[in-house]
Design a protein around this ligand. Structure first.
Ligand code: GCW
Length: 675
């Protein structure tokens, strides 16, 4: 039997409110569509099955308009639309759609029209969401256009079946260096992604190892094409992570120098072969000169030269190169206080602005370090107005509890997207500058996809926000909770409340005030204050007996703060104006320093760690109140994770508090027990 949450938010439970159900049935008895197309067929199938499951009705499928109420779906080319509607649909941006009720001499209809098939599919999922949420459908007038053209997911899946930083089982694509034989689960995944508007994905890890390098040659291209075909049905384009050294590792050349003509020619041949198999292939995602991956630096070339060579190979087919900016010195010495990992991406890429070809998109992590629970927004956003770039988030909770802890990340992403860069004066938020958004996947072959059932909300929320970054984190959580657990108000309200508070709770009992890390090296789970303090990775907090924090100010520190536009640069640089939650990211201060909140740094550490652990315990208590209001298995599996979180939060609390009590010699003014 399938896990009750296998279909995630597409539960399609029967509509309970009979008034609403009747209203919906009146529209849904007849479904009119006159065109054929792969994605359109997917849309029709989805609509049919959703209607059947939610309304107990098998809609009649017709190719012509009828006299009674009906749903009409079509692209801008559909003869079912009026000339005005056709024009309106063709004026929509790519992937856009409208959904409205019309009543005229041609009959009463609920029209879902997309500029193209993909828009129609999104419109159908939108209607189904409306039905699931019990929204009114009598007077619809909705126009939806995505805020971002590229809405992607990156998998860090290896062909042996493991998933780098994966916390939800093994890969759904690969096993034992082959593609999995049963592709059914891949189709189910494509459906989930399409339902929230995702239109691109990579299936393999950006750390491209030996076998995976061959995904772009004849060894695996038939399989890749087959999987691309599955995603294509759902309007999702496939990309591959490519190994920069592939000309050597699989091409038999002696160099991967981007300026060597034989290298360019090799990539052109490779691209031609990929496109012969997959005509709508999206392009290559490349992590070069990062964490020991090969790249153009080996040959004394810069990243523009490296990326452009690949871009030239893909250009004839409309493909893009998505190039990682996660380039930094991972062999640092903790004694060296001038090298600053946070500065690295900007220092490497800003000077190259304007040198990249148009089909290169730089992929920038939301923060300058590495997906910590709290970081400032990367200053690269806004600093390159002649280079296309996109945002990278991390769904997989590498540093945010690894899907053992609850951490709903949409509020964090909202903050990053809304951050005002001041690049073109006040009112230049990150979301206005980017060509797209991508995120590292949090799914695997676990029964419920994400390990922690409530982590599904991050996948859902990512899709929704990459479609429309104006949506609120609460609104998204509310939709997700109701679609996942049904309309029982107590469940939906409780889950919503838990999700919305969870990021802050996690932050409370882990690394304080933006300083980050303090995790066990390697796997990154659990507290270890000095775990990364003396290592090569450039991830230090510099705690001693007097104070803590990284001095990134202009005068006395690494001057990272100056990578921002004013007034952000001064705001972060000045102790008095730097936001508390990022204080230790920008400043080294004594433990007795008073925060803007009025509390000292040391007392803040104690308070938040006691609070955070208590709040984590509180999550268990509120969840327990839901017993009996949902199926036993979902109740029990979430309970188990929350209990583990509560226990683990105490460990965090104790390790962090003890460490700082001993370092600082300052006791908790509330006299609580510190071990
Ligand atoms: O967060 C870090 C991870 C690495 C990962 C890297 C990256 C795929 O610890 O496992 O490598 O980011 O983004 O490339």
């Amino acid at each position: 039997m399938r896990h009750p949450s296998y279909e995630c938010w597409l539960q399609y439970e029967p509509v309970k409110n009979s008034g609403r159900a009747n209203e919906y049935r009146s529209w849904c008895a007849r479904l009119v569509v006159s065109e054929q197309g792969e994605v359109l067929n997917t849309a029709v199938d989805e609509l049919r099955s959703g209607i059947r499951r939610m309304l107990g009705l098998r809609p009649a499928i017709a190719a012509e308009l009828g006299p009674s109420k009906q749903i009409v779906i079509g692209t801008a080319a559909s003869v079912l639309l009026t000339p005005d509607e056709r024009e309106e649909a063709s004026d929509l941006p790519e992937d856009g759609y409208f959904m409205r009720t019309v009543s005229d001499e041609r009959g009463e209809r609920l029209v879902i029209a997309g500029r193209a098939e993909r828009g129609v599919l999104y419109g159908c999922f939108h209607l189904l969401r409306f039905l699931a949420l019990g929204e009114e459908t009598e007077e619809l007038h909705i126009i939806e256009t995505p805020k971002h053209r590229l809405r992607m997911i990156n998998h860090w899946d290896n062909m042996d079946g493991s998933v780098e930083r994966g916390y939800a089982g093994q890969s759904i694509f690969f096993d034992q260096n082959k593609f999995v034989a049963d592709r059914g689960r891949i189709a189910d995944y494509a459906r989930l992604l399409a339902s929230v508007g995702i239109n691109g994905l990579t299936i393999n890890n950006v750390n491209v190892h030996e076998v995976e390098s061959k995904l772009i040659d004849d060894s695996f291209l038939n399989d890749v094409a087959d999987v691309a075909g599955t995603f294509r049905l759902y309007g999702i384009q496939l990309y591959l992570s490519a190994n920069y050294a592939a000309p050597i590792t699989i091409g038999g050349l002696t160099t991967a120098d981007p300026l060597d003509p034989s290298v360019g020619a090799w990539w052109k041949g490779a691209a031609a072969n990929v496109y012969a198999h997959i005509p709508d292939f999206g392009g290559f995602v490349v992590k070069a000169d990062s964490e020991h991956r090969p790249g153009p630096f080996t040959y004394g070339r810069d990243h523009a030269e490296g990326a452009n060579m690949l871009a030239e190979a893909l250009e004839p087919y409309g493909g893009v190169v998505i190039w990682h900016c996660f380039v930094y010195n991972c062999m640092q010495n903790w004694r060296d206080r001038k090298t600053d990992r946070a500065r690295a991406a900007y220092d490497h890429f800003k000077p190259l602005d304007g040198k990249f070809k148009d089909n290169v998109i730089l992929q920038i992590k939301n923060g300058p370090m590495d997906f910590q629970v709290r970081e400032p927004v990367s200053p690269l956003f806004g600093s390159m107005d002649r280079t296309r770039h996109m945002m990278e988030f991390q769904l997989t909770q590498e540093y945010t509890g690894q899907q053992r802890h609850l951490c709903y990340l949409v509020p964090q992403w909202k903050e990053a997207l809304d951050f005002d860069t001041y690049a073109k004066g006040e009112g230049t938020p990150v979301k206005s500058l980017i060509a797209g958004i991508t995120a590292v996947s949090n799914i695997g072959n676990d029964d419920n996809w994400t390990g922690h059932l409530l982590a599904q909300a991050n996948l859902y929320g990512f899709g929704r926000i990459s479609w429309n970054s104006e949506l609120s984190a609460e609104g998204i959580a509310d939709e997700w909770a109701r679609m996942t657990f049904g309309a029982e108000p107590k469940v939906a309200e409780t889950v919503l409340d838990m999700l919305v508070r969870s990021w802050r709770i996690y932050e409370n009992y882990t690394a304080p005030l933006g300083v980050g890390w303090m995790v066990n090296p390697g796997h990154h789970y659990g507290p270890n204050v000095d775990g990364y303090e003396y290592s090569l990775w450039g991830t230090y907090h510099y705690a001693d007996c007097v104070g803590i924090g990284v001095d990134r100010t202009r005068e006395t520190g690494t001057a990272y703060s100056q990578q921002y536009f004013e007034p952000n640069a001064s705001m972060y640089d000045t102790l008095e104006t730097c936001p508390d939650e990022l204080l230790l990211f920008f400043h080294h201060v004594p433990y007795t320093h008073a925060l803007r909140s009025g509390e000292t740094v040391i007392q803040h550490i104690y308070n938040t760690h006691f609070d955070g652990a208590k709040q984590a315990e509180g999550l268990v208590a509120v969840w327990r109140q839901l017993e009996g209001l949902m199926d036993e298995s979902r109740f029990a599996e979430v309970l188990e994770r929350l209990q583990e979180q509560a226990e683990h939060a105490k460990e965090w609390r104790d390790i962090i508090n003890s460490y700082f009590l001993r370092k600082s010699g300052i006791s908790d003014k509330l006299g609580r027990m510190i071990y």
